[in-house]
Design a protein around this ligand. Structure first.
Ligand code: ACO
Length: 429
């Protein structure tokens, strides 16, 4: 594409190259804007700013399309496993059987935590939020594996270690919170089965074997969360990584970014909201009025990118139906969620603003059905998102033009002022 955009400023015309993506999405290349014109762009919240080009994930928010490395999310959710999808995201291609075996073996080999690291869990209060524990523990990995401090995106071991140990950290933190001894990983279980074993094995029931339906549901949940291009946490990982901080430090920062209720913390906030509506007798009318008066937000609704529907939410709703039927669970919160969705989708407020259920609207219902407590929901999101974060870190580190991420600003503060002695700074009130 050799199209150019023109900028007229200060009696001069500047031409800027248009860059076109694989699906004809277009951007103005402003890389020389400041050098040529002295101007910068101002775009708080990065609503219009492409921070990078990427080959990992494509989203078309208007049409509800989500592709990982070109593969539609629905196909991956129905046919792939989380480990295979992780390989795809990180290394760019679906693995052959031999490559998948090698990758799975690496994950099995690296599942244990250093025993000293296990003792770190004792230092946290028993009611510590598991996201606080997770981000601290992931950061601590670089203390236990000092070789990883020099970032090396070609190091398969660092990557496998992180993917595998994050799952162990999550399982251990839950058992500790329950006041139980940790359950060590078992080599004969697959990735998701092993996680469920580390979460739910109990010393009084040593033969615990995860229900294959739960393993399947977890696989789907993790695949659906595995990447979502330049979201807040992935951008954080790229930003921290761009300073050449090590992989574990960058991912730990991504975990912290994910924790907020406007991002990965929304799944927990959805359940809190549904519980609140149930406590009011299950009628959402008053709640919806507050939302429309902009006193509250309907959690699990709306998305910066999806302005039609979130394909992940549609897949999850179907799985929630299936899993609840399999487990013979009747969940009032699921009924309230369905009712809220119906009301919202036919209400002018939501239609006008193009607000639809996002991935978090139904994920909490599935987690609840699986016996996962609310405070672990965002940890589950992190477990799913880890291959995406790694893929973004790797892509950024391998890019030929990698530079430290350092936005600029327009300064609106005071101009030059003279220092004054403390007593003469402001008149007494
Ligand atoms: N409930 C009610 N109103 C909403 C909601 C919502 N959930 N989301 C957006 N709106 C309204 C806003 O009030 C605003 O209205 P206005 O134009 O009258 O001022 C309009 O829709 C646009 O909203 P913004 O906040 O500008 O949209 P933005 O793209 O910045 O925010 C976000 C996206 C953060 C996801 C927002 O929709 C939200 O807060 N949703 C609830 C939290 C949530 O579910 N987060 C999970 C996101 S998915 C994920 O991270 C996995």
């Amino acid at each position: 594409m050799n199209q150019k955009a023109k900028l007229e400023y200060d009696d001069k015309t500047y031409e800027m190259q248009i860059v076109e993506g694989s699906f004809a999405e277009r951007a103005i290349d402003i890389r020389s804007l400041r050098k040529d014109t002295g101007l910068i762009t101002l775009d708080s919240g990065y609503m219009n700013t492409g921070a990078t080009s990427s080959k990992i994930t494509y989203i078309n928010g208007e049409e509800g399309i989500l592709l990982y490395r070109g593969y539609p999310i629905k196909q991956l959710a129905e046919q792939s496993s989380f480990v295979e999808t992780s390989y795809l995201l990180i290394y760019g291609e679906l693995p052959t059987s031999a490559e998948l075996d090698e990758f799975s073996n690496l994950l099995t080999y690296h599942s244990m935590l250093h025993e000293d690291m296990r003792h770190l869990f004792d230092g946290f209060p028993s009611n510590a939020h598991p996201m606080a524990v997770l981000s601290s523990m992931v950061s601590a990995l670089s203390a236990y594996y000092p070789d990883s401090i020099e970032p090396d995106p070609s190091n398969k071991q660092d990557i496998a270690r992180l993917l595998s140990k994050l799952r162990t950290i999550a399982g251990f933190s839950y058992q500790k919170r329950q006041g139980r001894p940790v359950a060590y990983p078992k080599n004969d279980l697959d990735y998701c089965g092993n996680f469920l074993h580390m979460m739910f094995s109990h010393p009084a029931e040593p033969t615990y074997l995860p229900d294959p339906e739960l393993v399947n549901a977890l696989n789907v949940l993790l695949i659906l969360h595995a990447d979502h291009e330049q979201n807040c946490s992935s951008s954080t990982v790229r930003m921290v990584g761009s300073s050449q901080a090590n992989l574990y430090a960058a991912i730990s920062a991504g975990i912290s970014a994910l924790w907020g209720p406007l991002h990965g913390g929304a799944n927990q906030a959805v359940i809190d909201m549904l519980e609140e509506i149930r406590a009011e007798g299950g009628d959402s009318t008053a709640f919806m009025e507050q939302v429309k008066n902009r006193e509250r937000r309907l959690m699990g609704f709306g998305h910066r990118v999806y302005k039609n529907f979130d394909p992940r939410a549609m897949i999850l709703k179907k799985y929630a139906d299936h899993l609840l039927a399999h487990l013979k669970i009747e969940d009032e919160l699921f009924d309230i969620a369905r009712q809220l969705e119906e009301v919202a989708l036919s209400d002018e407020y939501f239609i006008e603003r193009k607000l639809y259920p996002n991935v978090d609207f139904y994920s909490g219902i599935l987690y609840r059905a699986m016996g996962i407590p609310t405070e672990m929901f965002t940890v589950l999101f992190a477990l799913g998102r880890i291959p995406g974060w790694i893929a973004h870190w790797k892509e950024m580190m391998e890019a030929p033009d990698v530079r430290i991420a350092r936005p600029r600003q327009i300064y609106m503060g005071a101009t030059q002022r003279d220092y004054m002695p403390r007593d003469s700074r402001r008149p007494p009130p």
